[in-house]
Write a protein that binds this ligand. Structure first.
Ligand code: SF4
Length: 115
């Protein structure tokens, strides 16, 4: 049976209410086990992070450092908040970017096409 992943926003609330200090240790103690099925939820390698950041900055410069609209930003933030690939630190585990910043840049895209 395939287990659906709980959005990180829900996990964060439960973790905050637990009073525990280590998110990953807390995850492993959940009744259903680690809802991520043992898949480490970490940022990508440093090399990939540097490459993603360099590409994002270059694209942003090419587009005149334009910001997206309020409406678009809300929609992007909503997608990220509900995404199981968002780390508790607010970084995307696919690209490693801090989504509160990257989502404001007009030309940026979710690396898996959610926005
Ligand atoms: S950018 Fe995409 S993959 Fe990354 S956290 Fe947001 S919705 Fe998820």
């Amino acid at each position: 049976m395939e287990m659906s992943l709980r959005p990180v926003s829900e996990l964060r609330k439960d973790f905050a209410a637990s009073g525990e200090r280590d998110f990953y240790e807390w995850l492993s103690k959940q009744p259903e086990g680690d809802p991520y099925g043992g898949v480490p939820q970490k940022p990508p390698s440093i090399v990939k992070q540097v490459a993603s950041l360099a590409r994002a900055i270059s694209d942003h410069a090419k587009h005149g450092f334009a910001s997206c609209s309020e409406e678009e930003l809300k929609a992007r933030n909503r997608e990220c908040e509900e995404c199981s690939l968002l780390l508790p630190s607010g970084r995307c585990s696919v690209c490693g970017c801090f989504m509160k910043i990257k989502a404001t840049w007009a030309e940026q895209k979710c690396p898996i096409g959610k926005w």
